[in-house]
Design a protein around this ligand. Structure first.
Ligand SMILES: [Mg+2]
Length: 203
């Protein structure tokens, strides 16, 4: 009975019973990592700019960039994308991170405030329908993108080896992700953009 009630409550919440508030937290897509995104497919769909969070999205919090991440940026740039790193972290952190990456960036971004999402569009010279934001946090990256009218991809957060605990916000995120996965209207709004090669599902 309880689970039936929970299901009813969830359906009600997903379908806008909460005044549609919950949908502000729903990403357009949810994948394991930045390497699971098929960027060529996104480009084919008309997207031209990528807004990336840094910490826990590209590398673990405070980490330097890696060969794989540097190569990924080279790949998306050669596909034709413009990129902006949008981070609440400071200039020193970004300068250290981008040593091997040729990209625009906005630091001290105050996400989920929309102001710097709109600035990111401006510096890339694209409109909001042409941008996709990629981040690991629902309450900053995804919320800000939704409020700015920008599509978003949530990825699982990267933890450093020594990081064992996860915070309360991460538990709240898990609940929202469950609701998101149950919502037919909001799930996978970007269509088929998963990189099957990376999953080893295609030769
Ligand atoms: Mg992050």
């Amino acid at each position: 009975m309880a689970s039936r009630l929970t299901r009813c409550a969830n359906t009600w919440a997903i379908n806008g019973g909460m005044g549609g508030v919950i949908k502000e937290f729903f990403p357009y897509e949810y994948l394991n990592s930045i390497f699971d995104i098929d960027y060529a497919k996104l480009y084919d769909k008309g997207y031209r700019g990528l807004i990336f969070d840094i910490d826990n999205t590209l590398v673990h919090h405070g980490g330097d960039s890696t060969e794989e991440v540097n190569a990924l940026f080279k790949k998306v740039h050669s596909t034709g994308f413009k990129t902006v790193l949008l981070t609440n972290n400071d200039e020193v952190r970004v300068q250290r991170f981008i040593r091997g990456i040729d990209t625009l960036y906005i630091c001290d971004a105050d996400k989920p405030d929309t102001r710097n999402y709109l600035k990111a569009l401006k510096v890339m010279g694209i409109n909001k329908e042409e941008a996709v934001c990629v981040g690991d946090q629902i309450f900053t990256d995804i919320l800000g993108a939704n409020r700015s009218g920008i599509a978003s991809i949530l990825v699982d957060f990267i933890r450093s080896g020594s990081e064992k605990k996860i915070g309360k916000l991460r538990y709240a995120e898990k609940i929202i992700i469950k609701l998101y996965q149950m919502s037919r209207a909001y799930k996978s709004r970007l269509g088929d953009i998963q990189d099957m090669h990376n999953k080893g599902l295609v030769d």
